[in-house]
Structures are given as C-alpha cells and as structure tokens.
Design a protein around this ligand. Structure first.
Ligand SMILES: [Zn+2]
Length: 434
C-alpha cells in the first residue's frame, strides 16, 4: 500500500508550511517533496489523494485522556473514545489510571493493554497510578512501555489520593519513572469548603472555582517542583490553570525532551474561564477548575512562549445525568478529544498546534518515530480543511456515547477530513514504543 497525498499545505513540525506531497510505504512515510509530484512518484502510488489546499499535519498525540475502561463503560470505552479521538485527528494517546479497578499494578496494566489491543483505534500507552502502598509495583514497572506514574495530589480519585508527605516523597525519590502530577492541594480545598459551608446557592457552579481556587493549584505545583528538584525526578505537571503557576516554569520554547520539569495545558482552560459558568454551568465543571479570564489569557501566553510545552485534553466523559446536580453532586470532567485539534488550530494556527499537540508530546514522552512528518517516521497523518464559513458544534456531532460537549454552540473554522494511523485509515492499533 502506497498512498500519495499531493497539493497539500504541509505543516510537518520540522519545516515551515509549504505546498507539497507525501508518499507512504506500508506503515511508514517513504518520501516527501515540495511543489508538484515527480512522475516516478506518481507511478508508484497505489492510492492518490488530491488534498486540494488542505492542511496535512502529523497525527495529534494526546497525552492525557480518560477512556473509562475497565469498569466505567456506562460512560465510555476504549473503543468508543479512541474512535472519537481519531475523528478529531488524534492518532495516539496516553490513558490515565483512574478506571475501575484503578490501574495501580503491572497485572492491571496488562489487563488494560489487552483490552486496547483488541478494541482500540490509534496508538496508545498507559500510565500507572501511585497509591499510598504500591511503591514496589512502581519500582518494578517497565517504563519503556508505561508512560509515567500518575500522582493525584489533590482530587480524591478512588484510592489514589496521595496527600500525605511520606508516600508522596517516596514516589518522587524511590521509583525510576517519570512523574505526572494532578496538582491541587487538598488542605486548601478542605479549609475553604469548611469556611463557606453551608453554601447558600450550591447550584451556582462558580462555587467550584471558589472551593478549588488558584491557591490550591499553586501550592501543590510548588510542592511537586520542590520534590522534583530535591530528588532529581523527571516531573510533568498536568493541566496547569493559573497565571501564578505559569510564572514557575522557564520560558525557552526548546526541546521538552531536555527539560526535567515540564507542564501541560488543556483546551478547556485555554478556551473557557469562570465567566462562562453562567452560560455552560456544569459542562465546564472540571478539576482543576477553570479560573479567571486573566488566568486563561496567561495560559495562552505561556503556551506561546514555551513555559507550557504541550496541549493535552484531559478528555473525561460523564453521562449527562452524572453532570446534573449542584456543585457537590455534579461530576467533574468533560469530553474534548474530538474537537481539540480543530479548536486549537482555530486559536493558534497550524505551526503552533503541530508544535504543542504533535511534536512536543512525542519528544516529552520519548515516543519513537511519531509527532512529525518525515521520511522514516510512522505514517500517522491528518488532513484538515479550513472553512471560511464556520460551522457550529452541536451535541449531535459528538461520537462519544456521552452525547454532549462543552464545545456546543461554538463556531469552528477547521474540520478534520481524514486521518491515517500507521499508513491505514482502518482501526489499526499499536502500543507505541517509548
Ligand atoms: Zn485527568
């Protein structure tokens, strides 16, 4: 199988945008060129796609998704969410351990990998969760196949809350994997919850940000960074939400593979802020909470100047019924994986989107032969059209079984037309190599 895509606006992640062609060979990119296609290349192709001025990008790599399987398949599954991801141009993803049971041992990792091998679309890897008593498992985990240890410093997620000093220190000091933290300080949240109770109008979702404010995030992120400095841990801070945290990271825009401490931001927090609760209510209730408009704007600047290395969705579907209720009962989390690439293309343009959603995630997690378009790399590719007349996202567009999105009502100019995974458009799944 040799697919030729020509007349494309190629944004490879290595060179500035240019018009050109790309030829695959099986699962790999064989050759690329500028301008029109040489006759001998045309003769080799078994399928020819005229891109007609559409963007050809590397497949997006989403390093933070919750696909809910095993155990929570009334919300979502690896099969359903990986297909929604592919429809949105996400060809590889790293999935989080707060499933049921939580992925906190090598056996449970293997069980999840088996489900993915049977049912996933796209390429995948998983994280293992840290608990107060699984240090031995973390030490014995093979980090050439497991992306990282996920540490929940604040939100009580199953048995994975690690807010005691000793277990947290041990994870940073005594296991060899990369640590990814959800950084919110439980002490701050508990203190504020006690101070404000009883809340007079708990159906007003603004309380979610009042009870989980910037202070909780900044304190936990500072603590994680101190531990990483002290023990030389490779640290990645998930879903940064505040201007104050952005100020903690170095601007450099350099290769995230050479940085010991990195940070990520989610499209939710780049798009929405606490002013949007009035319109979207619990649809934008998530952890960490959305913050002020000033915080949101600081995140956009920090992404541009390289303080934040990657965009990852924190895709976290719940049923609409689970999103009903007040600030204490409506579940936190929202789906995003189907709309992240179009939304970020709209907001930042193709060069920045490719840098932060394709190239940097591959470099940061050491994912081999993916993240840019270049001969010898895997043929994970997305064809995207830019529409002068925008379309409006509706819940009916959502492929995930949850059937809703916080993007509903939003207008987008970019639309994914087609995606290839390992050279094919079928659901060819591979655990990628780290
Ligand atoms: Zn998450």
């Amino acid at each position: 199988m040799k697919v030729l895509i020509h007349n494309a606006r190629i944004v490879s992640g290595l060179e500035p945008e240019h018009t050109g062609w790309l030829l695959t060979s099986g699962a790999d990119i064989d050759r690329m060129g500028r301008g029109s296609v040489p006759p001998e290349v045309l003769a080799e192709a078994t399928e020819t796609v005229d891109a007609a001025g559409r963007l050809l990008l590397p497949g997006a790599i989403d390093v933070h998704v919750h696909f809910r399987e095993p155990g929570l398949t009334h919300k979502a599954s690896i099969a359903s969410e990986s297909r929604a991801a592919l429809a949105g141009g996400v060809t590889s993803w790293i999935e989080m351990p707060n499933t049921r049971p939580a992925t906190v041992s090598r056996d449970l990792l293997e069980a999840k990998e088996e489900i993915a091998a049977r049912t996933a679309a796209g390429n995948y890897a998983f994280m293992i969760g840290a608990t107060a008593d699984n240090l031995r498992e973390l030490q014995l985990t093979d980090y050439s196949r497991v992306a990282a240890v996920k540490v929940f410093m604040g939100s009580s997620t199953g048995n994975m809350l690690l807010d005691g000093d000793d277990p947290l220190r041990a994870v940073f000091a005594e296991q060899p994997g990369r640590v990814v933290v959800h950084a919110e300080d439980q002490g701050v949240i508990d203190r504020l919850t006690a101070r404000y109770s009883p809340i007079p109008d708990p159906e007003n979702m603004i309380w979610h940000t009042r009870l989980r404010p910037a202070e909780a995030c900044v304190r936990a992120t500072e603590h994680a960074m101190e531990l990483a400095e002290r023990y030389g841990t490779r640290l990645h801070v998930a879903h940064v939400t505040t201007a104050a945290e952005c100020a903690l990271f170095d601007p450099d825009g350099g290769d995230p593979a050479s940085r010991r401490i990195t940070a990520e931001v989610s499209p939710h927090h780049l798009i929405h802020c606490s002013d949007d609760y009035a319109r979207l209510g619990s649809r934008i209730k998530m952890n960490p909470s959305v913050k002020s408009a000033a915080d949101r704007d600081a995140l956009r600047r920090a992404l541009a100047d390289g303080r934040l290395s990657v965009i990852a969705t924190d895709h976290a579907p719940h049923t609409l019924a689970e999103k009903q209720g007040d600030v204490f009962t409506a579940m936190s989390g929202a789906p995003m994986v189907q709309f992240s690439l179009p939304a970020m293309l709209d907001m930042f343009g193709p060069e920045m989107a490719v840098s932060r959603m394709c190239k940097a995630p591959a470099r940061l997690f050491g994912i081999e032969s993916r993240g840019v378009l270049a001969p010898g790399y895997r043929a994970d590719m997305v064809l995207v059209e830019h529409l002068d007349e925008p379309y409006t996202v509706t819940d009916a567009d959502v492929l995930s079984p949850c059937g809703w999105t916080p993007m509903t009502g939003r207008q987008l100019h970019h639309r994914v037309v087609r995606a290839w995974v390992n050279g094919g458009t079928g659901p060819e799944a591979l655990r990628f190599r780290i």
